[in-house]
Structure formats: structure tokens, C-alpha cells
Design a protein around this ligand. Structure first.
Ligand SMILES: NC(=O)C[C@H](N)C(=O)O
Length: 322
């Protein structure tokens, strides 16, 4: 039997609903109750690392989790790791681990949309599916995976798409890379791009701002009242912004702060095509780095990570084209 480590960090999978219909964390993390059943699929060791709702997870916590996983793998040689996590920020932790953990064993993130005592609770099946995926040799060297609702997604592409549906995790541009049926784990794609960056910390101050019609440049004053290490901007469509905010971004670039552009569309890449004021071509000429399809929250994680390697525009542009 494969040796699988399950690391609990909290989230709805470890919560229950009370008489007033409030959903709250359980002291003992309810997922532990599934442990005997999980042993059918693997030799499972379970640790309660944290018990946080995922809006409480920070990049510093993600980094602690990375170090913990690495240490456990080094010391105990597990065949795979499953992390239970709240769904709100799960994609950020999954992507952070994907680009910072240099491991070939499967690392799978999962959680639940319904708390442990709700009718149709999805936590137990997601956890069992995740252990099955982590124990499957086909899952090696595929980067960090997200398993939800019988689907396997690559950390790079997956995002939370629905506030409450159990099928919330989707990879809008590419679909899942595999599925889980009653008897087998089936892959039909493998991620082509694998990135790894050695890091020391996850402390960079990198805000994310979203473009809206009629955006007021004064909203961005905060960028000059604190030490900002980098900025990610979710632009319109192909990568265009309201002209009024461009001088603000220019001032920030003059201060040496790298800016990465993504699209607020959930499909497609930003490109330097439009040559009007605020258009993508002008933004690229200004020195803004164009990302290739990452959403805003993941581009922010990547910038926090790669700023530890370089602040050079050309090098950042190369890394964000991968
Ligand atoms: N379904 C969930 O896990 C949502 C919860 N608010 C969390 O992220 O912790």
C-alpha cells in the first residue's frame, strides 16, 4: 500500500453547521473521522497542521506549509501528500506550492463546499478521491493537483467558479486533466509547463488591482504611501486600461516597481495589440510585463515568488511568458 500523508489546514471540510445555520470550524477537524475508511485506499497518516478558514490563509502560511511538506517528505518518504484546505483561497495555495515545491510525488489539494454535517456533504468523497489520486502512480510529476467533484485539475489553471456549487473548481480554458471513476483514476492530459523557483520567504508586498470603467486614478494613491514591491493589474479584455490610470502606473515604474498585467477575462492571454491611449501596446512600451493566461490572484503569487530571483523587466517578461 502507498504511504500517503494527509495534512489538514481547515476550511468548510472541517466545519459544521449549528442550529442557527451558522457554519463554524470544528475543534477536532471532522475530516479525521474518515480515517478508518481511508485506510482501504492507502496507508494514511493524518496531521492537523492548522484549522483556519481559508480567508485567514496568508502567503506566509503557504510558505510554512511548503516547508512542512518538504520536511515530512524528506523525513518519512511518503508516496504522496493530500492537503485539505478551505476553498476560498485554495487555488492560491495550490499554485504557490506548484511553483515552489520541487517534488515529483503527487501533492493534491482538496476541500468541501458543504460542511461536515450538511446533507450531501462533499468533504468525505473529495478526501477519498484525493487519497486515491495521491496513491496512483500516474499522478507523479504532474505538479500540484486539485481534486474536487470527481475531477483532477492542474494548479496552474484551476479556479473557484461558483460560490456554493460542489462543482465549483473548474479550469475554464483547458478543462480537467483527469477524472475519478468508481474504480479508477483516469488522466487524459498532462501539464506541459512546469515551473519551479527556489524561495526564502513569501513576504513581498504585491497588491492586485482590477480595472473598471471610469476608474479614478486617485484610488491608487495608496501605492505611494507604502513600500510596494510589485503590482498586478487585472486589465480589460486583451490587456487595456482606462487612460486616466496610465500616468499613475508610469510613476510607479519610474520608482522601479515592476507591474504585471493580466486580464479580468477568465479565458485568454493579454497581448500588446491595441495602439490607442491605455491600449496594450502603449502599456508594453511603458515597461509593463504581460502575463500569459494566469488569473490575477495567481499572477500575484508568481510575482511574489519570482521577485526573489529578479526585478529585471526582460527577465520578468520571460518568466511570465512561460
Ligand atoms: N468551502 C469553503 O471551504 C469556504 C470557506 N469559507 C473557506 O474557504 O474556508
Amino acid at each position: 500500500m502507498k504511504k500517503i500523508l494527509v495534512i489538514n489546514t481547515g476550511g468548510t471540510i472541517a466545519m459544521s453547521v449549528d442550529a442557527s445555520e451558522g457554519v463554524k470550524p470544528l475543534d477536532d477537524q471532522a475530516v479525521v473521522k474518515n480515517l478508518p475508511f481511508l485506510q482501504r485506499y492507502a496507508d494514511v497518516t493524518m496531521v492537523n497542521f492548522l484549522n483556519l478558514p481559508s480567508p485567514h490563509i496568508t502567503p506566509a502560511v503557504m510558505n510554512d506549509l511548503r516547508l512542512f511538506i518538504q520536511q515530512e517528505l524528506d523525513q518519512h518518504g511518503y508516496d504522496g501528500v493530500v492537503v485539505t484546505h478551505g476553498t476560498d483561497t485554495l487555488e492560491e495555495t495550490a499554485y504557490f506550492l506548484d511553483i515552489t515545491l520541487p517534488v515529483t510525488v503527487p501533492v493534491v489539494l482538496t476541500g468541501a463546499m458543504r460542511s461536515s454535517n450538511e446533507l450531501g456533504a462533499d468533504g468525505p468523497v473529495n478526501l477519498i478521491s484525493s487519497v486515491r489520486v495521491a496513491a496512483d502512480p500516474q499522478s507523479r510529476d504532474k505538479g500540484v493537483l486539485v481534486v474536487f467533484n470527481d475531477e483532477i485539475h492542474a494548479a496552474r489553471h484551476v479556479t473557484k467558479t461558483h460560490t456554493s456549487n460542489v462543482a465549483t473548481f473548474q479550469s475554464p480554458a483547458y478543462g480537467p486533466i483527469g477524472t475519478i471513476s468508481k474504480k479508477s483514476v483516469n488522466y487524459h492530459h498532462a501539464p506541459l509547463v512546469r515551473e519551479h523557483y527556489a524561495i526564502e520567504h513569501a513576504n513581498a508586498n504585491v497588491p492586485l488591482i482590477k480595472a473598471v470603467a471610469g476608474m479614478d486614478p486617485n484610488w491608487l494613491d495608496f501605492l505611494f504611501t507604502q513600500q510596494v514591491d510589485g503590482l498586478v493589474v487585472e486589465a480589460f479584455g486583451l490587456g487595456n486600461l482606462p487612460p486616466a490610470v496610465v500616468p499613475v502606473l508610469g510613476k510607479l515604474l519610474d520608482k522601479g516597481v515592476p507591474i504585471v498585467l493580466v486580464s479580468r477575462c477568465y479565458n485568454g492571454q493579454v497581448q500588446d495589440v491595441y495602439d490607442y491611449e491605455g491600449g496594450g501596446r502603449k502599456l508594453k512600451e511603458l515597461g509593463i510585463v504581460f502575463s500569459n493566461g494566469l488569473n490575477g490572484q495567481k499572477a500575484r503569487i508568481k510575482l511574489m515568488v519570482v521577485l526573489q530571483q529578479t526585478r529585471d523587466f526582460g527577465e520578468l517578461q520571460r518568466l511570465f511568458e512561460q
